[in-house]
Ligand binder design. Structure first.
Ligand SMILES: N[C@@H]1[C@@H](O)[C@H](O)[C@@H](COP(=O)(O)O)O[C@@H]1O
Length: 261
């Protein structure tokens, strides 16, 4: 089932944080899937606040990153492991050995991908996966053309994605690595709950294809239509091309208050 929620960005971040908090309070050892990019930042801010002010604990939780660049030096601030440490893990005192990612510096990259898949399996699978979406419809770094059944592997980034991410690399597209490791669409789909956040009109076409397009490798996020529990959190801009927006609003407005995401 896919649920679409259209609300102001602050409310979306609170809703996603509520889902994480509810999970952690019920299952302190839960496995959380962590996304990079701008989209989840407000969620991480809210989780950090709840950790500091309300005692929300990540001490027993496991974290699994979605993706990583290949070859960025260990200390590079844009290495996703460092981004995740700075944006969430360090702020909530999450023990570093409980936050896992595919190793973009490994000599043997396929072996690193397999080890990461094994770590997810050993943790019993991901309970809740946070996601953003690229303007070309990627989730993780599963670019258009990705197999809907793919597992963690090496991918080449599209020019579009490298241009989109150049803002994190001094606006210099040549500094954006051409390759990455990413959870596959099959890996992501195995998570028990998918929570995707998208804000801004530049995401509107990708969001329309995700929610209302045909399920197709051309718009990789559309694989979420096959998921039994997917939540899509959108602001007005990101929702601006949805054909059934009024229906989604009505369904959410009439939702029983006891029902979470
Ligand atoms: N690899 C990441 C994705 O995991 C992210 O969801 C997406 C959107 O990024 P943003 O949230 O900054 O728009 O692109 C990045 O390249």
């Amino acid at each position: 089932m896919m649920e679409v929620v259209i609300a102001p960005a602050e409310e979306l971040a609170r809703l996603a944080a509520d889902a994480v908090e509810e999970l952690l309070r019920a299952k302190p050892t839960a496995a959380l899937g962590l996304a990079t990019g701008s989209s989840p930042l407000a969620v991480y801010d809210e989780l950090a606040r709840r950790h500091a002010e309300e005692g929300l604990s990540f001490a027993q939780a496991q974290g699994f990153m979605l993706d990583e660049y290949v070859g960025l030096p260990a200390e590079h601030p844009q290495r996703y492991r460092n981004v995740i440490s700075a944006e969430i893990a360090d702020r909530v005192a999450w023990p570093a050995d409980q936050v896992h990612g595919p190793d973009g510096l490994a000599e043997d990259l396929p072996a690193a991908c397999a080890a990461f898949e094994q770590a997810i399996a050993d943790a019993g699978g991901v309970d809740l996966q946070l996601l953003g979406i690229g303007t070309d419809g990627h989730i993780g770094f599963n670019e258009p053309g990705s197999s809907l059944a793919s597992r963690t592997r090496i991918k080449s980034l599209t020019d579009q994605t490298r241009q989109d991410n150049a803002r994190f690399f001094d606006d210099d597209v040549d500094q954006v690595p051409p390759h990455c490791l990413t959870q596959g669409l099959g890996t992501i789909s195995d998570a028990r709950h998918l929570v995707l956040l998208a804000t801004g009109r530049h995401k509107a076409e990708a969001v329309h294809q995700l929610v209302e397009g045909p399920v197709s490798a051309l718009w990789p996020a559309s694989v979420m239509q096959l998921h039994p529990h997917a939540t899509v959190l959108l602001d007005e801009g990101a929702a601006s091309r949805l054909q059934l927006a009024d229906y989604y609003r009505q369904a959410y407005a009439s939702k029983p208050s006891w029902q979470g995401l």
